[in-house]
Design a protein around this ligand. Structure first.
Ligand code: ADP
Length: 519
């Protein structure tokens, strides 16, 4: 502790200095008023002992000057002026005590100590005052920070009452009187099923973390919030409440859900495309299989015929040719050549079916269907007669006309009628007729032949399918006839049906639309 002693009487200063130092004070001595004032202004003394009657400037003025400059160092006047007026002046100027010479040194020390301890308390008070001011300032800062935070922040007590909230929360919910609000009765917390989580948080401190909680703000806008809440604990570690934050992540939520929708659409499209591709692949597989079967079948047919021709020729040119019945050999060779020629015809007819090739084109012309049936029956009459088969063309409706491809329709009729002859019994019969029913022409070829077993029905329109391979060969069949019939029918937008009883006969029914769409 340093004490400034301003006293012009040297012997008094020595005496006081000695006594104060004995009490462990440091003492700075000045004999002049102006110098004393200057020192008191510059240095922070713990106490000043001031004479009033000083050279330069008197003690009262020094005291006033110091107090005027807010220097609150305790001042004790030590003076020879003993009047009540002087004492009043001294105290009014800001002095803290007033001693008249001669004085009791003991009393002076007592006063010094008293003033110094008061000063200490005051300093402490000032310090505490500063502290609480600091605290207020930092609270203010915290509030400002929380208020500018871009998220809703609230604190709650153990009962779920909202004890404080930042501006964002107030603006968001427009509930200004948040102190009366309790999260357990708050619609948002109930609707979003958060009550259970917050009760657990307040009970055992389990952090709450939830995405995409939905809320409408006071402007009626849809908002999606990310909620995080942590426990608040007192100095003993006991949970006294919680800090709850809600971050508006509407944009990212909406973006996420948009992305999810896009993703789902994309997946659906990819699935659709994959399905279509798989279907196309299957179709392509089927076509490739058909193609390779077709080539194998054609080459098989040709090889069979060529083997028969080659065999007959070898027999005729060999040493044992004498044994050969050249008439029969020639006959067989001739038959096979006819077969090959017929098959080539059929193949040409079928070439390009299933594609958009030229053979798919229909050359429309007006055709009288009964004329067409008559001419087919006429050209096949010799074959039918050879087998004693009666051909009956029932011509009930004379003028049945159709716009169709004449040569293709001729082929269709020829194939059906020739089959009805080929697969008929000796002395059998066959009927051919056409009729109009509704918007369709119904063409029927019925025979009293060998019939077709149920098990063959699904395949008879396939290329090269023959029920009795050797029998059909003998009769010159290539297995392409019905495939051509079906193709011509479908090319004209029609359909074909078969009914058959094994051993009794077969009926082929071809339905063609009367008014064909001409392309
Ligand atoms: P093919 O040249 O062998 O006659 P098709 O394609 O015309 O070939 O006929 C396929 C098979 O269907 C024939 O081999 C035959 O077994 C059977 N078929 C066709 N038409 C008749 C019919 N009217 N009666 C009995 N079977 C028939």
């Amino acid at each position: 502790m340093i004490i400034l002693l301003v006293e012009d009487e040297i012997s008094i200063t020595q005496l006081i200095k000695k006594g104060l130092e004995a009490e462990s004070f440091s003492v700075d001595v000045v004999h002049d008023g102006k110098e004393g004032l200057a020192k008191a202004e510059v240095n922070r003394y713990d106490l000043i002992i001031l004479d009033i009657m000083l050279p330069g400037i008197d003690g009262i003025e020094i005291c006033k000057a110091l107090r005027g400059k807010k220097i609150e160092t305790p001042i004790i006047f030590l003076t020879a002026r003993s009047s009540f007026e002087d004492r009043k002046l001294g105290m009014a100027a800001g002095g803290n005590d007033y001693f008249v010479k001669p004085f009791s040194f003991f009393e002076l020390i007592k006063s010094i100590k008293n003033l110094l301890s008061k000063k200490l308390v005051q300093n402490q008070n000032n310090y505490t005052g500063d502290l609480s001011e600091n605290k207020n300032q930092s609270n203010e800062l915290c509030k400002r920070i929380l208020d500018t935070a871009p998220m809703s922040i609230i604190t709650i007590d153990k009962q779920g009452n909202i004890t404080s909230a930042n501006k964002y929360y107030e603006n968001f919910s427009k509930i200004r009187d948040y102190h009366s609000d309790n999260i357990f009765t708050n619609k948002f917390f109930i609707r979003e099923d958060l009550v259970k989580d917050y009760k657990k948080l307040l009970a055992d401190g389990t952090t709450v973390q939830r995405e995409n909680c939905y809320e409408k703000n006071y402007q009626g806008e849809d908002k999606y919030l990310k909620i995080v809440a942590v426990p608040l604990k007192d100095e003993n570690g006991q949970i006294e409440g919680a800090l709850s934050m809600a971050l508006d992540n509407t944009e990212s939520s909406l973006l996420k859900s948009k992305l999810q929708t896009l993703n789902r659409d994309l997946e659906a499209k990819v699935d659709q495309r994959t399905f279509k591709l798989n279907e196309l692949n299957k179709e392509l597989d089927k076509v490739l299989k058909l193609q390779s079967t077709f080539i194998a079948d054609v080459s098989h047919e040709l090889r069979t015929s060529l083997t028969i021709i080659q065999g007959n020729l070898e027999l005729m040119s060999s040493d044992v040719s004498a044994l050969a019945d050249s008439k029969e050999n020639y006959g067989q060779i001739f038959n096979e050549i006819k077969r090959i020629a017929a098959m080539l015809d059929d193949l040409i007819s079928l070439a390009g079916t299933g594609s958009a090739a030229a053979s798919q084109k229909i050359n429309y012309e007006r055709i009288n269907i009964n004329h067409l049936i008559s001419s087919a029956c006429k050209s096949l009459k010799i074959v039918a007669d050879a087998k004693h088969i009666a051909i009956d063309h029932k011509n009930s409706q004379n003028n049945i006309e159709i716009m169709a491809d004449k040569s293709k329709l001729e082929k269709l009729l020829f194939n059906l009628i020739s089959n009805a002859i080929k697969y008929n019994k000796k002395n059998g019969w066959l009927n051919v007729w056409a009729e109009i029913i509704g918007q369709e022409i119904i063409l029927k070829v019925e025979d009293s032949g060998i019939g077709i077993g149920k098990e063959h029905m699904p395949f008879i329109f396939d290329r090269f399918y023959r029920i009795d391979k050797s029998g059909s060969r003998k009769s010159g069949g290539s297995g392409l006839g019905l495939a051509i019939v079906k193709w011509v029918t479908e090319l004209h937008g029609g359909s074909i049906d078969v009914q058959s009883v094994v051993g009794q006969g077969t009926l082929f029914v071809v339905k063609l639309p009367l008014y064909l769409k001409q392309s």
